[in-house]
Ligand binder design. Sequence first.
Ligand SMILES: Cc1cc2nc3c(=O)[nH]c(=O)nc-3n(C[C@H](O)[C@H](O)[C@H](O)COP(=O)(O)O)c2cc1C
Length: 425
Amino acid sequence: MRRTRKAGGVTSVQTPPEQVIPEPEGMALACAAPGEFPALRIGPMVVWPPVILAPMAGVTDVPFRALCREHGEQGRMMGASPLSIDSAPGLYVNQMITARAWLEDHPKTLKLAEFGADESPRSIQLYGTVPEEVGETVRRLVDQGAVDHIDMNFGCPVPKVTKHGGGAALPVRHRLLRRIVRAAVDGAGDIPVTIKFRMGVDDDIMTFIETGLIGEDEGCAAIALHARTAEQLYSGHARWHAIGELKQAVTSIPVLGNGDIWEPADALAMMRETDCDGVVIGRGCLGRPWLFSALAAAFDGQPLPELPSFAVVSQIMLRHAEMLVDWYGNEGALRQFRKHALWYLMGFPIGGDMRNQFARFTTLAELRELVELVDPSELFPPGVLRQPRSHSGGPRAVHLPEGWLADRDNDQPPGGGADSIVSGG
Ligand SMILES: Cc1cc2nc3c(=O)[nH]c(=O)nc-3n(C[C@H](O)[C@H](O)[C@H](O)COP(=O)(O)O)c2cc1C
């Protein structure tokens, strides 16, 4: 959903032009057979089901992660698989921080790097283009006992970063990439490091196999591919065949697949089609944290839970908002909850006026009142299950720094704005 400013400063809510991702073949096979998939191992961590919440800036904060984990745990309890014993109920990755901002003690970055009191494993995503800064950040995070897993972001498609050689442009400079990954792995000691990347800059500059092999070579505990190029942004379909190719090439560590998992059947289809070792869930869980419960059921071979009515959705939505106010300590935090509210409401026939009110509330009391106005017996609209939430833009040409391709062996950090990243992957 997109919010636009109208004349007079009134905000209205628009639903993007309808885009629905088609179902994978064999959608009927929504349950795993007993023993079909093993638990995912990322260094010392054993994860069952093999499901990872993708790092998403502005989304995967403590409250959202806690909610997703709760649902994942509930789903796992229904199956009571022996794989659940002594394993994490999925891995829920924090938002990205940049090495430089963390080293410089930026308050916002320090807050982002916090975890819930009982959160385990604690997983965070890190970005940096200077090997020494990345190494130092990882070393200090690990020395402080602050994390159990570090993921490195090499997939950000934001133009202001790629045009300086950062983000998704960085893997082109394979030697620099190698230095950064090595610095992170060396700094991490026994803490597992993973890398997440795209297929390449565009269809002419594909880097994912080389990037995966570098990750494997330098001691990463797993690698994750968002099966789109930077040029694709979030458009079209994720090209799962690339995940299969990566899995063929990288044989000694787990390969995780990412892109277009909207329903449990997509996760199983991706694992079956590509032979990947785990799935990374991005936009599919926005406004639908219960997807993790359904995923757990599917991997345990259990019947999928029914889609929730509005009565259930509204309880989850209110709980999410309350957790957010608790975590940030004031109702001002609800401003950033509005996008979640609109994702929760996607497809429910509540009308434009009501939707606009949900885009404006400022207090928990107002949110509770608004929720009361919606018919609790409304059933979740299955038509929106495969409709992308949040990002769906692209394709967009990627501009690289001058000479970037001609000097691929250069192992020096690009400097300039390559570190001025906020998010994305
Ligand atoms: C709001 C939003 C923020 C994102 N932020 C990040 C990020 O900080 N780091 C990252 O590696 N990927 C980020 N991504 C990309 C996702 O992790 C994921 O790779 C992408 O959405 C594709 O998966 P999907 O098709 O399941 O959504 C973001 C995606 C969204 C929608």
